[in-house]
Design a protein around this ligand. Structure first.
Ligand SMILES: [Zn+2]
Length: 404
């Protein structure tokens, strides 16, 4: 156990598993539940350091794979004093392990995944038949070909722990093999067992100053999830993360999560992180089941693609996924803020009409203003969720946001 890390549950909801907690790290505290904004390449796309400071997120999550391959690389970042100095960000930093990129750069580019719509955003997937694969899976790790310059590098648990140590983040993830959706039970079991082996290796090689989260796998198979849950929660990880495919529907995901949480007893006092989940309704459902932190690219990606979050006050609901599409012509004449509940700097100074025009003419200011809104919106939502748990009215808040 690292001396620089602790987790305390400060409020437990009386009616559900929702809880408020404090993750304490050497770079400050994170009050949970919290959606951690993503800074893949040590920057939040479209935002300056001043913009990030103004939003003041409690923490950020950076990506091991990209920082390893991208100049200056993790070794240089270490020489410069670590990610905090490199980014001029003094609060806690999460890093993922690099394992997910085997999915997003390897299997993720196969026709099967594209067919089932695993990757949103038409522009991000090449559709020609000559597409390259950037990963080769091996028993002891993954051979990556850089998407930047096609140089090859091997990453196994030891390498991932070394890179994350160089980056100097507070919370790190175990190196795992991320299974794509649609795998058979046999394939999923094999991949889960490899992940377990790599995660044990990660424990052996981690920097003792960093808090390591073990990742529960098992895909959409409840029995495998239970097996993984028991294995991961019996080890000396500082936190527990849930990764991999969680089924094809939200209902299936919540069912799997119920099973996982009920088998987490031995690790009940550890913080729980949900990898890659961050839509409004999922946040409520997962918080209700006892999850503490989340990360998700949707918040910023959606903003850049014209999707701006709205609350129930502006008719945000599950059907419209709590966002408007600002490019739509109906917003061209709307002289009101994106959302009257949001109090971000964009909503204070810009109307929907302004943002519609900036987006349509592809003005670079648009992405910045939209990203500020979406991140600030989520910051405010997570604070409201925490307050509601403290005041024992979480279910009322959930019913208000999830009303049909
Ligand atoms: Zn706003």
């Amino acid at each position: 156990m690292t001396p620089n890390f602790s987790f305390e549950i400060t409020h437990q909801d009386k009616k559900t598993n929702a809880r408020v907690g404090i993750i304490k790290t050497r770079s400050g505290n994170i009050e949970t539940p919290y959606l951690v904004p993503i800074a893949t390449r040590a920057e939040i796309i479209s935002l300056s350091k001043e913009d990030i400071s103004a939003i003041s997120p409690q923490a950020i999550l950076a990506n091991t794979y990209h920082l390893h391959f991208l100049s200056p690389g993790d070794k240089e970042i270490k020489k410069l004093g670590g990610l905090h100095k490199f980014m001029n960000f003094s609060k806690p930093i999460f890093t993922d392990s690099g394992g997910f990129q085997a999915l997003s750069l390897g299997f993720g580019r196969t026709t099967r995944l594209r067919k089932i719509g695993f990757f949103p955003g038409k522009n991000e997937i090449k559709t020609d038949n000559k597409e390259k694969t950037f990963v080769t899976l091996k028993d002891d790790g993954i051979l990556f070909k850089s998407v930047y310059d096609e140089t090859e590098k091997f990453m196994g648990p030891k390498e991932s722990m070394q890179i994350q140590s160089n980056l100097g983040s507070e919370i790190i993830m175990a190196f795992d093999q991320c299974n794509p959706p649609g795998q058979t039970e046999e394939e999923t079991k094999k991949s889960m067992e490899i992940s377990h082996k790599w995660e044990l290796e990660s424990l052996k090689h981690k920097n003792p100053e960093q808090a390591l989260y073990g990742i529960i796998h098992g895909g959409a198979y409840p029995n495998l999830r239970v097996e993984s849950c028991k294995f991961i929660s019996s080890l000396s990880f500082e936190g527990i993360a849930i990764g991999g495919s969680l089924g094809k529907t939200k209902k299936e995901m919540y069912f799997l999560l119920d099973g996982i949480i009920s088998n987490l007893k031995e690790a009940d006092k550890k913080p729980r992180h949900m990898l890659g989940i961050g839509w409004v309704d999922d946040l409520f459902e997962c918080v209700e089941r006892g999850m503490d932190t989340f990360d998700c690219v949707h918040t910023t990606r959606l903003a850049r693609h014209g999707g701006l979050y709205i609350s129930p006050k502006e008719e945000g609901n599950q059907k419209n996924k709590y966002h408007i599409k600002i490019r739509k012509i109906k917003h061209a004449s709307e002289n009101k803020p994106i959302d009257s509940w949001c109090d971000c700097s964009t909503c204070k100074s810009y109307s929907r009409k302004d943002l519609h025009n900036l987006c349509r003419i592809k003005n670079p200011q648009y992405a910045k203003l939209a990203t500020i809104h979406n991140i600030s919106f989520m910051e405010k939502l997570m604070k409201e969720i925490r307050d509601s748990i403290k005041e024992n009215r979480f279910q009322e808040l959930k019913s208000y946001w999830l009303q049909k």
